[in-house]
Ligand binder design. Sequence first.
Ligand code: ADP
Ligand code: ASP
Ligand code: MG
Length: 403
Amino acid sequence: MLIIQKYGGTSVGDTDRIRNVAKRVIASKKEGHDIIVVVSAMAGETNRLVDLASKISEEPDGREYDMLVSTGEQVTIALLALAIRNMGVPARSFLGHQLRIITDNAFSKARIKSIDADLIRRELAKGHIAVVAGFQGIDEEGNITTLGRGGSDTTAVALAAALNADACEIYTDVDGVYTADPRIVPSAQRLSKISYEEMLEMSSLGAKVLQIRSVEIAAKYNVPLWVKSSFNNEEGTLVTKEDSSMEEVVVSGVAHDKNEAKIAVRHLADRPGIASKLFTTISGANINVDMIIQNVSEDGFTDITFTVPRSDLKKALSLTTQIAKELGSEKIEADEKIAKVSVIGVGMRSHAGVASQTFATLAKEGINIQMIATSEIKISVVIHEKDTEKAVRALHKAFGLDK
Ligand code: ADP
Ligand code: ASP
Ligand code: MG
């Protein structure tokens, strides 16, 4: 079998842990499998690099930013390859460009376009364990790019898809995907399996255990994706195609996200083309707008409120201010102290009442809802940041997810 294993920052946080990973990788190799290991930077390292950049420049140039933040992974691949070799097993480390992991040129959020599978197959044919730097690639011009925070997951799944691997195993500091972030909800339960679609919602709604893009690729290419602990041998969670047993569960998880900010534009003329003008400008700056609400028009004027990633707030605010001025509104408010809390489940398609129970639960806790968004399989609300933990725990309990 060909197995891709990915170890995250905490799992390679120091040299003892790197040796622990080396042992685990070797054990899988000795079972007779071909192994590709993808690793992240050591815990805290990418944050340190991001901080360094922000000390030099308020809005760092994209190319230079990626040149910097991609370096953390180079350290770990070399250390892990050394550790494996010291244990008597051949291993070789590779940076993204050495495997021709080609991405677009959207620095700091690049998407993988292709991987030269033959290069790495040749390495495996030599009997080597291939140790690959996660999170990075190169664009068509040869510039180093990075895939967004948490992007090593995506490197691993993209390799699994490109090589048609038998399994992709994401090893992290929790032993699977839980019904809520176990750090916030101690009574959260591990799911033995979850559908790609639910996992996609969980990831995009804030559960950082898997990067969204990695789940998208896994779903598209049907990659058998496991989330497991690097510290024990528990079974973990399988992310896979939906089956009929999954529909019986109405809500399978609660997620939260404190990385968004809200912008409200007041008193905008209510006529065709206004929203288009505003959001075309914002998306043109490569900023992803998440939720949008527009109030009922009064006297030909309306308010538009939307959320953007907190890291893009400054840029989004300056663009919005500019556009709003052109459109005749002078009143803009920004709020960073928000959180998005969501309940997710494919069972919502066939069960009614999830929205009303969500709202009733929050009301009982005295939590005010600022924005609402729904899809077939999720309900999200924006609330004050200070209420996040309370809301997540209350919803987790209300939907019967507590142990
Ligand atoms: P790594 O460094 O290994 O990539 P991450 O920190 O990116 O690890 O992801 C693992 C973390 O995701 C866990 O420590 C946990 O706090 C968080 N998490 C959030 N939501 C969930 C969830 N529903 N199930 C499991 N972990 C979750
Ligand atoms: N080191 C990168 C980050 O911290 C990528 C990853 O860990 O997946 O975001
Ligand atoms: Mg991660």
